[in-house]
Design a protein around this ligand. Structure first.
Ligand code: HEM
Length: 422
């Protein structure tokens, strides 16, 4: 996957799939592409949420049986629309439902359960792949996936983002990637972009609703401070706010249980007293270092009495402000920092293969919270008001952990005195 092929490699450039996968996602999920994709996602989400509320008199609460399901529907819809265009969702009206049925079986699919044991998972996956194939064919008939120059549109309705166009472009050049392979690749992208981000959005919103009024007030204050001169949300300002970043990092620390697979292609190496042979696969788990209080203390982040590592603590990643730098909080005198935590905070893996969607995920998680906070009032209802929902550890080590059980809540549109929009 490196810029230079491995010594002795005879693979054609067009067939270096790992190189093309990595390069396209790094390129089209950063810089101007990242900001445009993020604003489009938030715009879509705002529009979808408007349709949920439409027709309800202002100030009237709407009750929902489960916050996680609500986010699975609306966040995924807005994400697919921004990343993959509008036609994919029009091709199959049960696409989102099928995706989450399939996703709920990921731990079993990873353990290679056969079709006869989990027929719903296989049927949902078959439908998803068929839909993606139909969508690809339709998009190729109406749009040109090679339109990737700076002056080509960042988004069009058939393929959606430049990232998806670029993936089609290299896959078509690799002659062994037929329509089935290309569909599987984009199901992979759907999993990568929704499977971890949506549970993380859930935990961010859930923990903010569970937090005390001082934390809630500071979070809303940071959202309010992240507006441009038109009173619109400024995403670049937003994702630099200290407490919002600390909440985000704490959500990923506690609620992502992922295993990152690696092997050394070139030579054996030593790790913690063990000799790891060349080409021997091994897995690095994110959750063990995230909960290792000795290692956190050694990194100068011990807060064992006030904030044990198995508990959610919104301010965990705040450190006293040293200088008047950007990203500092005037009110609290604290900065957000991940310094010293390499090897302890690993939700995105590491090295060359580190998640290329991490900047987008951060914008999406903090941006979704900010949008909901600005535009809506939300409250937990029923049993969710008193009980604390736990993450489903059966999911470990497949990624962000979904909640156990349903979390009922209610929502209503806020009445605005200031101009709004994104
Ligand atoms: C909280 C949200 C997310 C988490 C925790 C997460 C985590 C990860 C991890 C651990 C990997 C494997 C990295 C490695 O092997 O070192 C990965 C890969 C990947 N992620 Fe994410 N991710 C998230 C969101 C996203 C989003 C929103 C996107 C895209 C829009 C995305 C796109 C990708 C892609 C394309 C890969 C494969 C990279 C490759 O193998 O070359 N991710 N992610």
């Amino acid at each position: 996957m490196g810029n230079t092929p491995l010594k002795g490699s005879t693979t054609d450039h067009a067939h270096r799939i790992h190189f093309h996968q990595a390069r396209t996602s790094q390129k089209f999920l950063s810089n101007q592409h990242l900001w445009k994709l993020s604003s489009r996602y938030l715009q879509n989400l705002e529009e979808y949420l408007e349709t949920v509320i439409k027709g309800t008199p202002s100030q009237q609460w709407i009750e929902f049986p489960d916050l996680y399901h609500f986010l699975q529907v609306h966040v995924t819809r807005a994400m697919i629309h921004s990343l993959m265009g509008s036609h994919l969702l029009e091709t199959n009206s049960t696409f989102i439902e099928d995706f989450w049925t399939f996703d709920s079986h990921v731990p079993r699919l990873l353990r290679a359960f056969p079709r006869w044991m989990i027929p719903q998972a296989y049927q949902a996956r078959d439908r998803l792949l068929e839909t993606i194939k139909t969508w690809h064919a339709h998009a190729h008939a109406h749009a040109d996936c090679t339109k990737l120059a700076d002056d080509d549109p960042e988004w069009e309705p058939y393929f959606g983002s430049k990232l998806v166009r670029a993936r089609q472009e290299y896959a078509l050049k690799a002659h062994f990637m037929n329509a089935d392979a290309r569909a599987s690749e984009d199901l992979g992208l759907l999993m990568a972009s929704n499977g971890n981000a949506v549970p993380s959005v859930f935990w961010f919103i859930y923990e903010s609703l569970k937090s005390n009024s001082s934390v809630r007030g500071s979070l809303s204050g940071e959202v309010a401070a992240s507006t441009n001169h038109n009173g619109e949300l400024d995403i670049q300002k937003l994702i630099r706010q200290p407490l919002l970043q600390s909440m985000y990092a704490e959500v990923l620390r506690l609620y992502v249980g992922i295993g990152t697979a690696r092997q050394s292609d070139s030579e054996p190496f030593q790790l913690g007293g063990y000799q790891i042979p060349k080409r021997e696969p091994f897995i690095i788990f994110s959750r063990h270092p995230a909960l290792n209080s000795e290692a956190w203390a050694a990194a100068g982040r011990a807060r064992a009495e006030t904030a044990p590592l198995d508990e959610f603590y919104p301010e965990r990643f705040l450190v006293p402000k040293t200088k008047n730098e950007s990203g500092s909080s005037e009110k609290t005198g604290f900065d957000f920092s991940l310094e010293g935590l390499a090897g302890l905070w690993l939700p995105y893996g590491g090295g060359q293969r580190m998640c290329p969607g991490r900047h987008f995920a951060k914008n999406e998680i903090i941006g979704t919270f900010a949008l909901l906070t600005r535009e809506y009032d939300m409250e937990l209802t029923g049993s969710a008001r008193h009980q604390h929902t736990k993450p489903d550890l059966r999911w470990f080590p497949s990624g962000a952990l979904p909640p156990v059980g349903k979390v009922p809540f209610r929502i209503r549109k806020r009445v605005h005195s200031t101009p709004r929009g994104l």
